[in-house]
Design a protein. Structure first.
Length: 738
């Protein structure tokens, strides 16, 4: 059969001329170059034919990783309502709205009917604001990370049909393609080295292994079939970079079958088991306990009033003639619901979201991009940090540390210390350098460093990035400084073992099983599975961040900004931002449960059924229920404002922690009091909320009644400080005895 007949067989689907390429288990590194070419039915000179490429693409698909689309805007919105507390608020708002609608129909509508909808609408507004803040933060982070994950390896030089295609889209590669690699190229697929064009060929595999040292590659057979990435010296892997030399390679694996594809698969598997953050667990527990308490109280309030809507007569010792009033039953049910609404801290979700958003703002000022808001709190309660070394504890950049040069006389040796540890030419200088009076030896060193060099350095916005051998890149930087580089990756810690991605995952998993809150830091693709499995992943630096930024809670855009000290992790104190706000919010809501009865924004409240002022009433309550309502509301607002001062510190006195230390708090208090004054003194709003203006003497009474909340909290803080001091002294004595 001639060539045209074979081509017709290909087009008609009869079958290929050659047997199918070997499966993924084929150990190309342990086979000779001739055997590999025979297995893939290809020649290094001609490459694959176009028909063969089309057939293989039908079998193996495109050379690209599986794409997992990010969450839609609606999924982000729904995600803001997954907390138990938010769901309780949503349920309370719905019930309040239905009761307000029922009460409005029964009352005939009008201005009085409008007031019944104020509270459910306020709760809905709070929930909407909370959702908008959360979605805005996460959506902004998603967009920023989209810019980080651009893949640079998009083209390859491929031999096909006997010709060299200098720039073929990398995704069009198939197993069996012949590819030429040169200095600076990104390796587009896993490939077997067939022929070295240069005397040496080196590849930077740091994105997969995390090691900064370039690896020498050869076309010789590796004797062991069971070896790690570093041991496969005759293979180059997708995502790595050629730093020295050139060669001809045979594509053996593409897409998800590559080493980077295996890491991608491990990441996807880790994504399936997202654990709740410590904050979410605590809030859900708090919400469940609060739901149970509120449910019991509401049921109790409703049941003790059964006699008002369900009556009967006793005949011969047995209850008879039952009479049920649906209107009164609904009335007391509304009272129970109003009590529940008053007890639920509707402002707490917004307070927590705001607190975390402020934390992300602090971190953004230090070049840390927070992808998910709860990651901020998780970072604050981390108990164990699993850190990658290269590129995280080190800069993964070679630098010159000393210049050693011959003098004019043979026995005259000169040494110059070089300052600077990055590829930035302006980072540091050479001490005692004779820039204006360089002799021939120093000039020759400069020429060699500049000319005998295949590396290049480019400025990518805020950082200098090297392409080529790290040592030669250091020489490029040194041209202006003049010197001979010492191979030093600036480091503060040493590591003797190279951990594979599965090993890092196992370490994180074991720590989590022991109950630790684990933070994982890394900068390479090999760190991504462990980053995702940890309670919080922190992607650092530049190398590999394009890919792993998708899977972490925090991505740092910059160099080495995380400091490993217990007191200033990331240089930010996040531990106290939300705790006092949580306490303040809940205290304020429990105060509302025992407030006045007639605030008409709620359908009904239980105040008048718990407290009675009919016998010897207070003078201020003799002027009518509306005045009492206004006074009670004003006292409640004043108490909450004073209590916000208490929340400035969990145990510090206001004598040491001054209110003006937080100007934003003072501004918020002024706005809150201003809104309260507007509601009281604007006639229309006063009618809507069922309140009346207060006199100067009445305002003095409000302040006198509210101010003791500060004195009480100061006393409690004093007792707490005394107990803490006593405990510390007791522990100190115990350790001294031991």
């Amino acid at each position: 059969m001639g060539q045209s007949g074979q081509d017709r067989e290909h087009r008609n689907g009869v079958g290929p001329q050659h047997p199918p390429p070997p499966p993924q288990s084929f150990p190309a590194w342990a086979r000779g170059t001739a055997e590999c070419q025979a297995e893939f039915a290809v020649s290094t000179v001609a490459g694959l034919r176009s028909e063969e490429v089309a057939w293989r693409r039908e079998i193996y698909g495109w050379n690209e990783l599986e794409k997992h689309s990010g969450p839609s805007i609606w999924r982000l919105v729904l995600g803001q309502f997954e907390d138990t507390l938010v769901r309780i608020l949503l349920a309370a708002a719905v019930v309040s709205f239905l009761l307000a609608w029922y009460d409005g129909d029964r009352g005939g509508g009008g201005e009085a009917g409008l007031t019944a909808f104020v509270e459910p609408l306020v709760i809905f507004l709070i929930l909407v604001v909370n959702a908008v803040v959360g979605v805005w933060q996460e959506n902004n982070a998603e967009k920023a990370l989209e810019a980080l994950k651009e893949i640079q390896s998009e083209h390859a030089a491929v031999r096909r049909d006997g010709k060299l295609i200098p720039s073929l889209p990398a995704k069009e590669l198939v197993p069996g393609d012949i590819v030429e690699l040169r200095v600076g190229d990104k390796v587009p697929a896993d490939m077997r080295v067939l022929q070295l064009i240069s005397s040496t060929f080196r590849v930077d595999q740091g994105s997969l292994t995390g090691e900064s040292a370039a690896v020498n590659k050869t076309n010789r057979v590796v004797n062991s079939e069971d070896t790690d990435i570093q041991g496969k010296e005759s293979m180059v892997f997708a995502g790595t970079t050629v730093v020295n030399g050139s060669c001809v390679c045979l594509v053996t694996q593409i897409g998800m079958n590559t080493e980077i594809g295996n890491i991608h698969l491990q990441i996807h598997e880790a994504c399936q088991s997202d654990d709740e953050t410590p904050l979410k667990k605590k809030l859900n527990e708090f919400g469940e306990v609060l739901t149970a308490i509120i449910g019991v109280i509401c049921a109790f309030v409703w049941l003790i009033n059964v006699k008002y809507f369900l009556t009967w007569e006793y005949v011969d010792g047995w209850p008879r003639n039952f009479r049920f009033s649906f209107e009164k039953c609904t009335y007391y049910f509304e009272i129970a619901v109003a009590l529940a609404v008053a007890a639920i801290p509707e402002g707490l979700p917004a307070v927590i979201t705001t607190s975390l958003a402020l934390g992300t703002r602090k971190m953004a000022q230090k070049n840390a991009l927070v992808r998910r808001l709860p990651s901020v709190e998780t970072l604050g309660c981390t108990t164990v940090i699993c850190s990658d070394k290269t590129g995280t504890l080190t800069t993964n950049q070679m630098s010159a540390v000393r210049i050693v040069a011959m003098g004019r006389q043979t026995n005259d040796i000169r040494k110059f210390e070089v300052v600077g540890a990055t590829y930035d030419p302006c980072d540091g200088e050479i001490h005692d350098w004779p820039a204006e009076n360089m002799d021939d030896n120093l000039q020759m060193i400069a020429k060699i460093a500049a000319v005998c060099n295949d590396a290049s350095i480019s400025n990518s916005g805020h950082q200098y990035v090297a392409s080529g051998m790290p040592t030669e890149a250091a020489l490029k930087v040194l041209v202006e400084k003049m010197g001979i580089p010492g191979d030093l990756d600036p480091s503060s810690l040493e590591s003797s073992e190279i951990l594979q991605p599965k090993h890092k995952q196992e370490i994180v998993r074991l720590l989590k099983e022991e109950g630790e809150v684990v933070a994982m830091t890394g900068d390479g693709v090999n760190d991504a599975p462990a980053l995702k499995l940890a309670d919080i992943g922190i992607a650092m630096g530049i190398s590999g961040t394009e890919v792993i930024g998708l899977y972490v809670g925090i991505a740092t855009v910059g160099v080495f900004i995380i400091w490993y000290t217990h007191g200033s992790f990331l240089g930010i104190d996040l531990s106290g931002d939300g705790h006092t706000l949580l306490t303040y919010s809940q205290l304020a809501n429990w105060a509302q449960c025992s407030a006045w009865e007639g605030f008409s924004a709620a359908p009904f409240t239980a105040g008048s059924h718990i407290f009675s002022f009919d016998t010897n009433p207070c003078e201020y309550f003799q002027s009518g229920k509306v005045k009492a309502t206004t006074l009670s509301l004003s006292v409640l607002v004043a108490i909450e404002m004073f209590n916000s001062f208490n929340a400035l510190s969990e145990d510090g006195s206001l004598l040491t922690v001054h209110p003006w230390a937080n100007p934003w708090l003072l501004l918020a208090m002024c706005v809150s009091f201003g809104l309260h004054f507007v509601i009281i003194y604007v006639p229309f709003l006063a009618r809507v909320f069922g309140i009346v203006p207060l006199s100067f003497n009445e305002w003095l009474l409000v302040l006198v009644v509210a101010f003791p909340v500060i004195l009480i909290d100061e006393l409690l803080k004093f007792v707490g400080r005394c107990r803490s001091s006593f405990d510390i002294q007791r522990l100190s004595k115990r350790y001294k005895v031991d």
